[in-house]
Design a protein around this ligand. Structure first.
Ligand code: FMN
Length: 345
């Protein structure tokens, strides 16, 4: 399938992504196709409960694949134990001009500068309402928990970021098993400065006040230094965050194969193999600082069951995958979940 997929849309990676989501949409809509997919993929049943949410297994779909909540009932039959949809923003926005997604196959990496293209929070809620009336029934309908990732609308000035996030939270909170506070995408100018202590405290306090009992998780960038991570952890503890997600894509270009240096000059966040070690190091540092206090979702460059196991050994409770799906295909999901289930027993 992969050579065919990589040639879609004249080799445009985003065209392949759209085509894949369309096919998954057909699975989402048909009980027969869902059952056939589950028979082929044999999803791993390895329930694990964190911050009051029961995950079907330890392997989740990372944010950015289903930005508008696409194909929600297809992800469990494919083998995932949870999915994080979004990032959505309060205002619908087109994102950056195309092309904005690039494959670096030799490096097993992607570069994206999508820029939070999405139909907006209200449209997402309308879609979720077609499945269920609240998070519990949604979880039952799609077979696993759904996290919702929130970001800042591009036109909202940084000073008004808190209100923008809070508006989104109020809209989605009834449907979210957890909410991911995305302050780490490199593709919205200024967004990463929301990781600074003062900003983050204001943001998390405001969100916590409106979240009712929905767990809030903070997603961090791989560039954060140890002292910046310490600051984030202080704020997370004080404002009652339920956990962390580490990491988003990197603005660095280390680990790219020499033959792909040209593509690597494209601006945007790098994901996949070059991120494996960096993300794992950040997870290990987080775990060394939080002890058993806060759950951690490890994400970045997981391309094999071994990578998933190493991320858990470094201290992650759950893992997420994006780029690995592109280069290893969906069989990676079962392989990783099965390996992590062995560790659970
Ligand atoms: C095309 C693309 C779009 C992404 N969009 C988002 C997003 O909207 N929100 C987010 O938090 N992370 C987003 N990410 C980052 C992933 O969720 C993940 O943190 C990162 O890619 C590292 O994991 P990976 O190496 O398995 O891809 C995106 C990644 C890619 C490749």
């Amino acid at each position: 399938m992969r050579p065919l997929l990589f040639r879609r849309g004249g080799g445009d990676a985003e065209a392949a992504h759209r085509w894949t989501l369309d096919k998954l949409g057909a699975i989402d809509r048909s009980a027969r196709l869902r059952a056939a997919t589950a028979r082929a993929m044999r999803p791993v049943d390895d329930p694990v409960t964190l911050f009051g949410v029961e995950f079907a297994n330890r392997v989740g779909l990372a944010a950015g694949m289903a930005k508008n909540g696409e194909a929600l009932r297809a992800w469990r039959p494919l083998g995932f134990g949870f999915a994080e949809i979004g990032t959505v923003t309060w205002r619908a926005q087109p994102g950056n001009p195309r092309p904005r997604l690039f494959r670096l196959p030799r490096s097993q990496a992607l570069i994206n500068r999508m820029g939070f293209n999405n139909y907006g929070t209200a449209a997402l809620v309308r879609k979720l309402q077609t499945y269920a009336s609240d998070a519990k029934t949604l979880q039952r309908e799609v077979g696993m928990p759904i996290g919702i990732s929130l970001g800042k609308s591009k036109i909202t000035p940084l000073e008004d970021a808190v209100g923008d996030y809070v508006s989104s939270l109020l809209a989605v909170r009834d449907f979210a098993s957890y909410v991911a506070v995305n302050v780490s995408s490199p593709n919205t100018p200024g967004l990463r400065s929301l990781q600074d202590k003062g900003f983050l405290r204001e943001l998390l306090d405001a969100l916590r006040a409106e979240a009712s009992d929905v767990p809030l998780l903070v997603k961090i960038a791989p560039e954060l230094t140890h002292s910046a991570i310490d600051d984030v952890l202080d704020v997370c503890r004080e404002s009652g965050a339920a956990g962390l997600i580490a990491t988003n894509t990197t603005t660095g270009r280390d680990g790219v194969e020499p033959s792909e240096r040209r593509v690597a000059e494209e601006s945007g966040g790098l994901s996949g193999r070059p991120l494996t070690e960096l993300s794992r190091q950040k997870v290990a540092y987080l775990r060394s600082q939080v002890g058993s206090d806060l759950p951690i979702i490890g994400v970045g460059g997981i391309g094999s069951a071994d990578d998933a196991a190493r991320m858990v050994d470094a201290g992650a409770d759950l893992v997420q995958i994006y780029s690995g799906l592109v280069f290893s295909g969906p069989t990676l999901v079962r392989a990783a979940a099965a390996r992590l289930a062995e560790g659970s027993r």
